[in-house]
Design a binder for this molecule. Sequence first.
Ligand SMILES: [Zn+2]
Length: 420
Amino acid sequence: MKYLLALLSFVFVVPLKAWKFNDYFEDKTLRADYIFSGNNKEQSIALSQLSMSEGWHGRRVNLDKLLFDGYAQITMTDSASGKVIFAYSFSTLFQEWQHTEEATMVNKAFENTVLLPMPKHSAYLTLKLRNSHKKTVCEMHHKVSPHDILIRRCTSGPHSDKLKPFMKNGSTAECIDLVYVAEGYTDDEMPQFYADVETAVEAMMSHEPFGKYRKRFNIYTLAIPSQQTDVSQPLQGKWHDTPAMSHFSTFYSDRYLMTERLFALHDALQAVPYEHIIILANTPTYGGGGIYNMYMLTTARHSQFQPVVVHEFGHSFAGLADEYFYDDQYETYYPADTEPWEPNITTLVDFKSKWASMLPHKSNTKPGSPGLYEGGGYQSKGVWRHSFDCRMRTNTCSEFCPVCKAAIEKTIRYHTEELK
Ligand SMILES: [Zn+2]
C-alpha cells in the first residue's frame, strides 16, 4: 500500500512531459521566401520559394514563445497534433514603406526571408502582418511537407571560401550566431573590413549587457569582395555593384542606407551559420538602419561608426525603438490608443507591461516623474522613454538606458536558456 501511494504521488507530481527540439525538428534550416506587396491601404503575402539546408542555427529553447511581437509573426503548427511548435516575430521594410508618400501612389513588392527549423513531419505555417494599432491586416496559411520534392535542397554555399570565424564561444546550439557581411569593400580593402569588424565587436561588447554575455555569442565574417569601393549613392547618381546591393536614400530619405534584395543576401549567406546579420558598408557617408530580426546595415568609415553600429544592432537584435524625436513632428507614428510592442517606449496605454515595476515609486507613474520622459519614437508628444539619454537616442550617450539594457538581457536569455 505504501508502495502504491508512493507510485501514485509520483504519477501526479510529474508534470506534462516537456518537449524538446529533437521531438519535432531535424537539424536543418527551412528557408521561406515571401513577397509582401501593396500600398498604403492594402497588403498581400505570397510565397516565393522554400529551400532547405543542413544545420539549424537559431534558438533551440522557447520554441513556441514570442519575446516581442514585431509587426509580423510566423507560427509553425504540427499538422497531426495541432500544436504550435515554433513562433518567430520580425519587422519589415515593406511596412515602413507603407507610411511613405510613395505608398499613396504606387503598389510595390518587397522580399522577406524567414529562417525556420525544418519540421520532421508535415506542418502549417501561418504568417500575419499587423498595423500600428496591433490589428492583423493580412494573414496567410500554407502547408510544409518535408517530403515535398520542390523544396530546394541546398548543399553548399557560393561563398564558403569567404567565410571565417571571428569569435567562437560554443556550439551553434548554445550560442547566438552573428555574421558580419562586407559591403562595398574591394578585394584589396578586406584587411580594412576585418579591422572594422573588430572595432564593431569591441563597441558592442563595451556596452552592457553585451559585455556580460560575451560568451553567449559566436561571430562570423563573410568577406565577399565588391568590384568597386563604396556603396550606391543615388543622390550623386552613383550606383555600385556590391554584394548586398544596398543604397542610400531608401524611401528618398538621404541617410537611410538599406537593401531591398533580401533573397540575394540570404543566397550569399548560404553555408554560413547565422541568425543575425550585420552589414558593414565601406563608405564615409553617414547612414544606416536596422529592422527587428531582419538585418542591420551601417556606415563603417564614419567617425560615428561605433555608437551607430551598436544603436542599429539595438533595433535588429532586441527590437528597440528609436528614442529620439522631432519637435516639428507632422506625422503620428505611434497611435495614442495603442501600446507599442517595442520594449523601450510607451504611450502609457499599458505601462505595466513596460517599465512601471522599475520605477522607484511604483505608484508614481505620472508623466514627468523620474523614469518617464516625454518624447521618443520620432514624436515629441504622446510617447515616453525611461531616461533622458540612451544609446537609442543620441550618439553621444555612452550606454543603453536601464530599460534597453533589460530588454537586451531578456533577448539574449530568450535565445539561449529556457525562460519560465
Ligand atoms: Zn533606452
